[in-house]
Structure formats: C-alpha cells, structure tokens
Ligand binder design. Structure first.
Ligand SMILES: [Zn+2]
Length: 438
C-alpha cells in the first residue's frame, strides 16, 4: 500500500482492531472524510498515470495534465467502462504482478476479470468486518456464508472479514438451501449470509419445518425487493441487512446499517460519483478505487442507477449513503411517464390480488403518444376492472410524479389481460420493454 492520509490514520489512530475502526467511523467529521478522499484520489491518479497503460493513454488522448487533476471532474470524459475491461488486454489495467483473480458473472460479452494482491483481499476483508461489526456481528457468533464461491469474490472477502474479527465462519459456496437448513441446528449458525432468492428458498423451508434462533441475515447479489425482505424477516424474526458491491469493487462498496435506510459507502476506500443526475438526483453510479494498487479502476461506470441520500443517518456514522439501486442504466426507459425502471412496476404490482407473478410492462408509441401497457395474467377470476383500479391506485399513491405526468397527458395507461402462462419467461424475465421505434 502507498502512503497517504488514510493510511496514516489507519496506522496512528486505528491500529489493527476492527472495533476501533468502527468507533472511529462514528464521529469522524465530513471534512476529514473529504480530505481522505481528495488525498486518496490524487494519489491513485499519480500512481495510475505511472503504472496503468490504459489510464496513461486516455490522459494523453484527452490532453489532460495529471498534475492538474484534483477532482474526478478534472478528468473530463475519461472513464473506465465494463466494455473496456471486456475488450482490452487486461495487462493494460494491471499495474504490478497480481496474486489473485476474480470474475463477475457476465450478463453479456463474457465475465469481467479483476486482479488483486493478497494484501488487497485482506484489506477488503477488514472493511467488510467493520460493516458486519457495525451491524452487531461479534466473536461467539457463527456465520454461514452461502455466496457463490468459485471466481466470485464476496465469499472470500466475507470469510476474511470474519477471520479478522475472530468470528466462526463457514464460507461454503452456494449449496442447496436444504443442505444449509439441515446444518443450521448442528453447527449453531446464527448469522446467515446469502443471495436474496436463495434466502427466500431457505425461508420457505423454515416456514414449513421450523426456524432456528438467528440474529442477523445479510443479503447481497441480485436485487432484494421489499416483498422478499419482509418475507425473510417475518420467517426468521431477524433483520435483513443489505450490502452492495461487485468483483470490480473488490467485494463491498457499502452496506446498510441497522436503520436500513440506504447503503453507507466505504468512503475511505472508494470515491463515488453520480453521473448525469435527474431531477430527483438519480444517475449512474461511478466508482474510483482509492486503495487498490494491483488493478485500480479510475471512474468505473458501474451502470447501476442510484442517488445520494444527503441527510445524516440516525446511526451516527458520517459516511455518505446511496439509495437502494433503482435498476441498471440499460434497463431504464425514458418516456412520457418519466425515467422508468423495472423496480417501479415491481413496487406497483407486488401486492395486487388476482394476477400471477408473470407480468410485463411495455412502452409503446401510437402517433406521438407514449403508452405504458401493463400485460397481466388474471389468476383467480377477479375481474379485470378491479385489477385496473388497484394498479391505478398503487401507481398514483406510490409514484405521484409518474401519475401527475399521466394527468398532464404525457402518456396513456393501457391494460392487456392474457391467459395464464402466456408471459412465462426464463430465469431473468424482462419486466420492462421499450418497443418504440427509433
Ligand atoms: Zn446509518
């Protein structure tokens, strides 16, 4: 690791203890965090200019003098994109010999690969430990971590975090929920870590066959809807805490606190921007890694959409929060109703009686008018008019802005009711589709 303000604070103020790191995270003023971020940003820019072929070339192409770069905005149009990682030789990003490699589960164009050193993994584990500790994990607890292992990083970082706190941890890859259920009693696990859908499957077993005393549940990975979260919490009578991260971010970018109102960002190690925010502040998340030196990522475009929560948090931590991820930028549809994401329609439809889980919302165009078309399967003979009224009620109360645009005639709302099974799709259904011509 290089020098810098953050490292100095770590050495002098915090030492090696995770509880000290957490205590320090409470009263630290915003000005100090901003200082650590500014210092870390300048350091990583200087380092990447010397050692990262990709970044040095981008600086030359854009005619930017790295000595004048103080803030991300000073880099103008220089970003690192997922497409860059996929299409260019990884040697162009690598700054020193690596000791480990991890991959993302690729949705398109194959997996993205990121290299690390052992130090960097230990370091990521330490901050993961701080997030777990903040949420109440203590020595004596028993953690079972069921994140997919293999080339996916989160399982390792969780294991290393527990190790640094001296907490019992089984990081076992992603077993069948039944296999984990059968071991909950035997090994006395009281902290469960897993993907949202996996946790739902485990909870379905526990709902039928009985639960065990569980103190906390951590979820990350694919998005956890409010419906999933409250179901899992109700079954186990334990809070579900959400984390957010990826292999590119070295595991975790941040985690909720016990208030469960937004994700505190690890601002000691990441500088976060929200690009092109809309009127509500939602824009694309852009992350610069401040601490990594094997393969730092400068202004990495995550493609997820969120916003900053500027109000201070009830937990007392001064680390800034981001809202739950609203969706992928490539899932966003800009139309008369506003910026639409699949999440909006999940929130409108999840508690409506009489429709199946298979649904889709299409954005069509007739003449110069946008149409938002709900395609729904009636499941139990409740009449279509009642469903339409419920959808309109939920939309108007839960998304008043979207509703107001309808009142202004910016778009029309239509319904199509289809026979059961018509809308069944694969494992990752496309909930929102833009069918307008270009
Ligand atoms: Zn908080």
């Amino acid at each position: 690791m290089l020098g810098g303000l953050r490292n100095l604070v770590e050495r002098v103020v915090i030492g090696d203890s995770v509880p000290a790191l957490v205590r320090w995270g409470k009263p630290v003023p915003r000005s100090v965090i901003r200082g650590i971020q500014a210092d870390g940003f300048r350091q990583v820019i200087r380092y990447a200019t010397r050692h990262q072929e990709f970044f040095a070339r981008r600086l030359r192409e854009q005619g930017i003098d790295p000595r004048r770069v103080r803030r991300p905005e000073d880099l103008g149009e220089i970003f690192t994109t997922p497409e860059d990682l996929l299409s260019l030789p990884l040697e162009e990003f690598l700054c020193r010999p690596p000791q480990a490699v991890f991959e993302t589960t690729g949705t398109s164009g194959g997996p993205k690969r990121v290299y690390f050193s052992y130090d960097e993994l230990e370091f990521a584990g330490r901050y993961q430990a701080a997030a777990l500790y903040e949420n109440g994990v203590r020595p004596g607890d028993r953690v079972v971590c069921t994140f997919d292992a293999g080339y996916w990083i989160s399982s390792w970082v969780t294991f290393l975090g527990c190790r640094q706190m001296g907490v019992f941890c089984s990081a076992v890859g992603k077993p069948h929920p039944r296999d984990t259920y059968d071991r909950l009693g035997r090994y006395g696990y009281n902290v469960i870590v897993g993907d949202p859908t996996w946790l739902v499957s485990l909870s379905e077993i526990a709902e039928k066959e009985g639960t065990f005393p569980v103190k906390l549940i951590f979820a990350a990975g694919d998005r956890m809807t409010d419906v999933y979260r409250s179901y899992v919490q109700d079954v186990w009578k334990a809070p579900v805490i959400l984390g957010y991260g990826s292999t590119e971010m070295g595991g975790g970018l941040g985690m909720e606190c016990r208030q469960r109102e937004g994700i505190h960002i690890d601002e000691f190690n990441f500088l976060v921007e929200i690009l092109d925010p809309d009127a509500e502040g939602y824009g694309e998340l852009v992350v610069t890694t401040l601490s990594r030196r094997t393969m730092p990522l400068i202004r990495y475009r995550v493609r997820d959409v969120t916003r900053f929560i500027e109000e201070s948090c009830g937990c007392g931590a001064t680390l800034r929060r981001i809202a739950r991820i609203r969706g992928r930028r490539d899932e966003m549809v800009v139309m008369g109703a506003g910026n639409m994401y699949p999440e909006i329609f999940e929130n409108v439809l999840h508690d409506i009686e009489g429709i199946s889980d298979n649904w889709q919302v299409g954005v069509r165009q007739e003449g110069t008018h946008d149409i938002l078309e709900f395609r729904l399967e009636l499941s139990d003979g409740i009449n279509a008019a009642a469903v339409e009224a419920s959808v309109e009620r939920n939309l108007s109360t839960r998304y008043p802005d979207v509703w107001a645009n309808r009142q202004c005639g910016m778009y029309r709302l239509e319904f199509r009711f289809l026979p059961a099974g018509t809308l069944a799709q694969g494992r990752k259904p496309r909930r929102l589709v833009d069918e307008r011509g270009t």
